[in-house]
Design a protein around this ligand. Structure first.
Ligand SMILES: [Zn+2]
Length: 169
């Protein structure tokens, strides 16, 4: 799914290299997996996270190169959105499959040729909720490398951003 929302855009700005993470219309291409399918082999001491808005989603990144790693909701939700730009490998396009939804076009810069839905289309909700339900039944929210048993993030979130303060506007 490609998300053009202001939250994703503010996050890219926070990381400090927007062009690297956003397409030219401010979109982030995100591939959804389950937390249980993610393992850090090394460097987990470099894990950081931030919530762009109070109560917003947890966005995990690496402190060394400020690379966005995964967006997660909570320990209970079987969802981790990985920016497809950090996924590498042979036949990546075939492995990931086509983009299924373009969402939150209200915040897009200019007119993306993909004609995103202004918010979430019914199709995108069905896709996301279907993924969540299937994997909740499987219990694939656990184990998670992102949350402790008490539900807190494994690293304390950075102080909350205020996108309205951004000098980018
Ligand atoms: Zn977004």
């Amino acid at each position: 799914m490609v998300c053009y929302c202001d939250d994703c855009q503010a996050y890219a700005a926070y990381l400090g290299d927007e062009d690297k993470w956003l397409d030219e219309w401010g979109g982030t291409d995100i591939f959804q997996v389950t937390p249980a399918s993610i393992t850090f082999l090394k460097g987990s001491d470099k894990l950081r996270c931030v919530r762009v808005k109070p109560g917003g989603i947890f966005r995990f990144y690496s402190s060394c190169c400020r690379t966005p790693l995964a967006n997660t909701v909570s320990r209970k939700m079987p969802f981790a959105g990985i920016p497809s730009r950090i996924i590498h490998g042979n036949d990546k396009e075939a492995a990931l499959g086509p983009v299924r939804c373009y969402v939150m076009g209200t915040y897009a810069k200019g007119q993306p040729p993909t004609h995103p839905h202004p918010k979430f289309s019914l199709k995108s909700l069905v896709v996301v909720l279907g993924f969540m339900l299937k994997n909740k039944l499987k219990g694939a929210n656990l184990p998670t490398p992102f949350f402790r048993d008490d539900g807190k993030a494994v690293v304390a979130p950075d102080p909350t951003l205020n996108p309205d303060n951004s000098a980018r506007q």
